[in-house]
Design a binder for this molecule. Structure first.
Ligand SMILES: NC(=O)C1=CN([C@@H]2O[C@H](COP(=O)(O)OP(=O)(O)OC[C@H]3O[C@@H](n4cnc5c(N)ncnc54)[C@H](O)[C@@H]3O)[C@@H](O)[C@H]2O)C=CC1
Ligand SMILES: N[C@@H](CC=O)C(=O)O
Ligand code: NA
Length: 441
C-alpha cells in the first residue's frame, strides 16, 4: 500500500471528535477504499486538557490552528472550528498557501468567502472538500457535482437545518408516538435539547434565524448553477415567530410547517430565499422530520431527485468529512464548485418583491362587528383573492381577541407587503399579522 494521507485536524468539538472516532473505528475499511491509510498527525483545539474520550497522545499538538495549517507534517488540513472569519478562515488560507488541500464543515466560511477560497485552492493545485458543510451526512455535494453533472439544474431546495426541523417537529404532533405538542413557552427547552445533541451552531441564533440555512443555500446555488457564491443575495427569515398556534392551524388545514431554502433560475436571474413554508401533507418533503434534512434538485434530463438523511450531529457530519478525505487520498481534485472557479458566473438576483405564491395569514383581531369586513377590504384593495377564512369560536366577550386565519390565492410579495402594512393600521388588529408562504411543490 502507498504512503498514508497525513491529516491535521483543527477543532475537536462535536464534529472534530466524531471524525477522529470514525477514522479510528473504520480505519481498515477507509484504507481499503482510499488505497492507503488516512492518518491523523496533528490536532489543534482551544483546550488541550479537556477529556474528549479520545487518546490524543500520538498526535502533534498545536495551540494555534493557523500555525498548524502552515507547519504541520500533513497533506490535508481539516477545519472543524467554525465561523466565517478569524482562526478558521486564517487556517484555511494558510493551508492552501502551503499547498495543502482542505476539508471543512464550515458553511459560514464558504458562504462568505467560497469563491475566493475556491480560486486560491485551484490556483495552488489543491481542492476544498465541504460535503459536511451542507445537509450533514447527505452526499448532496457529490450528488450535484458528480451524479447530476450532465444536467442543467433549474431548481434546488430543501430542509437544510437539522436544529430547526427538530424544533418544528417537536412543536407538531410528529414528535414521536405519544408525544405532546410542545407549547410556545417550551421553544427554548427544545432548542436546549438540540444543543445537547450537538445539532446547533455555537450561536444557535444562526439556526433559528435562518442564517445557517442561507449559508448552505448559497453554497448549493453556486454548485447547481455554476455561479459565484452570493450569500448577500439570499432573502432570509427564520422560525423565531412560528407559534404552536400556527403549527396547529397548519395541521388542521392539511399542511406542516418547514423551514426551506429555495434557489431557482427564473429567466436568467437567480432567486434565493429562506423562510418558513406551509408544505402540503403527502408531499415527500413534508414527512422529513426531526434532525433529518432533505434536498430536492430538478435537472433537465434526470427530472426531480430527492436526497434525505441526517443533517447534523457527530456521526453523520463525520461521515461526510471522511468521504472527502477518501476522495483526496484517491487523488481526486475536482473543481470546488463543479466548474473552474475562474469560470463561475455572476448572475443577476431576482428580488423577493417579485416572488409570487399563496399565503397563510394569522391575524389577532378584536371580536366585534365589522372587523371581518375591514380585513376583507384590505385584501380586496390589494387585489388579493382569499381562498378561505377560518375563525374558531368566539372570544369570551365582545371586544376580546380572536385569531383569524386566511389562506389566499397566489399573489405577489409586493401586494402582500402592502396589505400587511394596511392591516397594521386597522384599529382592531392587535399584533403584526403572521405570514407563512405556501409552497406548491
Ligand atoms: N454540529 C454539527 O452537527 C455540524 C457542524 N457543522 C460545522 O462544523 C464546524 C464545527 O462544529 P461543531 O463541532 O459543532 O462545533 P464545536 O463548538 O463543538 O467545536 C468547535 C471546536 O473548535 C475549537 N476551536 C474554537 N476556536 C478555536 C481556536 N481559536 N483554535 C483552535 N481551536 C478552536 C473548539 O475548541 C472546539 O474543539 C462548524 O463550522 C459547524 O458549523 C457542520 C455540520 C454539522
Ligand atoms: N446547526 C446545523 C448543523 C449542521 O449543519 C443544523 O442544525 O443543521
Ligand atoms: Na452533505
Amino acid at each position: 500500500m502507498s504512503t498514508p494521507l497525513r491529516i491535521a485536524v483543527a477543532g475537536l468539538g462535536t464534529v472534530g471528535a466524531g471524525t477522529l472516532r470514525l477514522l479510528s473505528e473504520n480505519a481498515e475499511a477507509i484504507a481499503a477504499r482510499a488505497g492507503r491509510a488516512v492518518q491523523v498527525t496533528a490536532v489543534s483545539a482551544r483546550d488541550r486538557t479537556r477529556d474528549r474520550g479520545i487518546d490524543l497522545s500520538g498526535y502533534q499538538w498545536f495551540d494555534d490552528p493557523v500555525e498548524m495549517a502552515a507547519r504541520a507534517d500533513a497533506d490535508v488540513m481539516v477545519e472543524l472550528i467554525g465561523g466565517s472569519e478569524g482562526p478558521a478562515k486564517e487556517a484555511v488560507e494558510a493551508a492552501l498557501s502551503a499547498g495543502r488541500s482542505v476539508v471543512t464543515a464550515n458553511k459560514a466560511l464558504l458562504a462568505h468567502h467560497g469563491t475566493a477560497l475556491a480560486r486560491q485552492a485551484e490556483g495552488a493545485g489543491c481542492t476544498i472538500g465541504y460535503e459536511a458543510a451542507v445537509a450533514g451526512g447527505i452526499p448532496i455535494i457529490k450528488g450535484l457535482r458528480e451524479g447530476l453533472a450532465g444536467n442543467r439544474i433549474s431548481r434546488v431546495y430543501g430542509i437544510l437545518n437539522g436544529t430547526c426541523n427538530y424544533i418544528l417537529t417537536q412543536m407538531s404532533d410528529g414528535g414521536g408516538p405519544g408525544a405532546n405538542p410542545i407549547e410556545r413557552q417550551d421553544f427554548d427547552a427544545v432548542l436546549a435539547e438540540a444543543q445537547r445533541l450537538g445539532y446547533a451552531e455555537a450561536d444557535p441564533g444562526f439556526d433559528i434565524d435562518g442564517v445557517d440555512t442561507a449559508h448552505k443555500l448559497a453554497i448549493l446555488t453556486a454548485l447547481a448553477f455554476g455561479c459565484e457564491v452570493d450569500f448577500d443575495a439570499v432573502y432570509v427569515e427564520g422560525i423565531r415567530n412560528v407559534s404552536a398556534l400556527d403549527v396547529a392551524y397548519a395541521e388542521e388545514l392539511g399542511y406542516c410547517i418547514k423551514l426551506l431554502g429555495v434557489a431557482q433560475q427564473v429567466n436568467g436571474a437567480v432567486e434565493q430565499r429562506v423562510h418558513p413554508c406551509m408544505v402540503r401533507k403527502g408531499q415527500p418533503i413534508a414527512s422529513v422530520d426531526g434532525v433529518f434534512n432533505a434536498v430536492v434538485a430538478d435537472g433537465d434530463f434526470v427530472d426531480t431527485t430527492m436526497y434525505e438523511g441526517r443533517g447534523a450531529g457527530a456521526g453523520p457530519t463525520a461521515s461526510a468529512v471522511v468521504a472527502d478525505l477518501i476522495d483526496i487520498a484517491r487523488g481526486a481534485t475536482l473543481p470546488v464548485f463543479g466548474i473552474a472557479a475562474s469560470g463561475l458566473r455572476r448572475l443577476p438576483t431576482l428580488p423577493m418583491e417579485r416572488h409570487s405564491c399563496a399565503y397563510y395569514l394569522r391575524l389577532l383581531v378584536l371580536d366585534k362587528p365589522g372587523v371581518i369586513a375591514d380585513v376583507s377590504a384590505v385584501l380586496r384593495d390589494a387585489e388579493i383573492s382569499m381562498e378561505s377564512m377560518l375563525q374558531r369560536g368566539r372570544a369570551q366577550g365582545e371586544g376580546e381577541a380572536v385569531p383569524v386565519i386566511i389562506m389566499t390565492h397566489e399573489t405577489t410579495e409586493a401586494a402582500m407587503q402592502g396589505a400587511l402594512a394596511r392591516f397594521a393600521d386597522l384599529e382592531a388588529t392587535l399584533e403584526p399579522p403572521q405570514l407563512i408562504r405556501i409552497v406548491d411543490f
